[in-house]
Design a protein around this ligand. Structure first.
Ligand SMILES: C[S@@+](CC[C@H](N)C(=O)[O-])C[C@H]1O[C@@H](n2cnc3c(N)ncnc32)[C@H](O)[C@@H]1O
Length: 349
């Protein structure tokens, strides 16, 4: 039994149900024939042609299934049903299902458990890049149904080119959808670029998906760790073995501490500059206040002098008035005496 399809269809608009392995005469078994009806109520989105193809892929190539975007486990059930149905399968199938949404992991687990398939499934919360960092697997088939935007599909396909062997079937969902025309989806564009770059060959359109088969351009089999993980593990093991001196781990720790310290310094420098600005502002306002107070004091002093002299002049006038009134009173009294009117004049005030 080969895991690589031996039937290919160049026509991209024919999306009918037809086999990709010549050993398949149309339907592999009764379950295959009824798989769409049997799973249509499960959470997920499938056309009849999608379910037809995923079951067939699981049947022939389902040793190690990788699915990007499980949502609720509907496609997972179809693929695993096909995989466990093949009597020639030497080992139980392994299904690796990825999703960014933690709720999708729980939902898919419930679906798989209800279908009696959860023992075959490893559900991973995260994207393909992180999955590949954490696990080294050699998928025998892939269902790409995660991020449908161009950048997301492109990133998944680039990553697959790093880990897949030649001859692996890769089913890309929603390739035929209208959303690709307006750019909402980038599945068709990213798949086209993957083909043009020589990583895979088009093998037919089914349901709303496109089937591709990887070429020798794909860099797998990749049984090594990713570059990051390799460096991380290497350092850790050497340190544990005492080969890397403790000082080297201290250097790492110090480097980290230094980075934290530098960050603190940057922040306190910014803080210091802000405080300095406030102090300078206060200083400027204080000097303005002192200057304006001195001016006010000068004004006050001249006003006080002006008032003082006005008061003095008033006092002098009052004094003069007093003198004048006294003199007038004496003149009037003298005149009265001369006129023999002493004691009969009114008092002059
Ligand atoms: C269309 S649904 C999958 C349906 C499912 N394959 C089925 O047919 O039953 C897409 C899922 O992909 C997930 N997803 C989106 N971007 C992703 C990414 N970069 N990696 C993994 N999963 C992603 C979403 O959370 C969502 O659950």
């Amino acid at each position: 039994m080969t895991a690589t399809p031996d039937l290919k269809y160049a026509e991209r608009t024919d999306r009918s149900m037809r086999p990709s392995w010549s050993a398949n005469r149309g339907y592999l078994n009764a379950e295959h024939e009824g798989i769409y009806q049997a799973t249509r109520e499960l959470p997920g989105w499938q056309e009849e042609g999608d379910s037809y193809k995923l079951y067939e892929l699981g049947y022939f190539a389902g040793d190690v299934i990788l699915e990007i975007g499980v949502y609720g486990g509907r496609s997972a059930v179809v693929e695993l049903r096909g995989a466990v149905a093949n009597p020639a399968r030497a080992r139980p199938p392994q299904f690796y299902g990825l999703d960014l949404d933690p709720a999708a992991i729980v939902r898919s687990h419930d679906t798989l458990q209800a279908a009696g398939l959860s023992e075959h499934a490893l559900l991973y919360c995260g994207d393909l890049r992180h999955f590949v960092h954490d696990y080294v697997i050699r998928p025998t088939m892939v269902f790409v149904d995660g991020d449908h935007a161009y950048a997301g599909v492109r990133s998944d396909l680039d990553m697959l080119a790093e880990i897949l062997c030649p001859g692996v079937p890769v089913f890309c969902h929603d390739y035929a959808n209208d959303e690709n025309d307006g750019g909402e989806y980038g599945v068709r564009t990213a798949v086209g670029e993957w083909e043009t770059a020589g990583y895979a060959e088009f093998a037919g359109a089914f349901g709303c998906g496109a089937l591709l088969v990887t070429t020798p351009r794909c860099r797998g089999p990749y049984s090594g760790l990713t570059a990051d993980k390799f460096a991380e593990q290497r350092t850790m093991l050497l340190r544990n073995a005492g080969v890397l001196p403790e000082s080297s781990s201290q250097v790492f720790a110090l480097r980290e501490e230094l980075a934290v310290f530098r960050d603190l310094l940057d922040r306190s420098e910014a803080d210091r500059a802000a405080r300095l600005e406030v102090i300078q502002d206060l200083q400027r306002r204080f000097e303005e206040f002192v200057a304006s107070s001195a001016e006010a004091a000068r004004d006050f002093e001249s006003e006080r002098a002006r008032l003082e002299s006005a008061i003095k002049s008033l006092e002098a006038q009052v004094e003069l008035m007093g003198t004048t009134k006294y003199a007038a009173r004496r003149l009037v009294a003298a005149a009265a005496r001369r006129a023999g009117l002493h004691g009969r004049t009114k008092r002059v005030r």
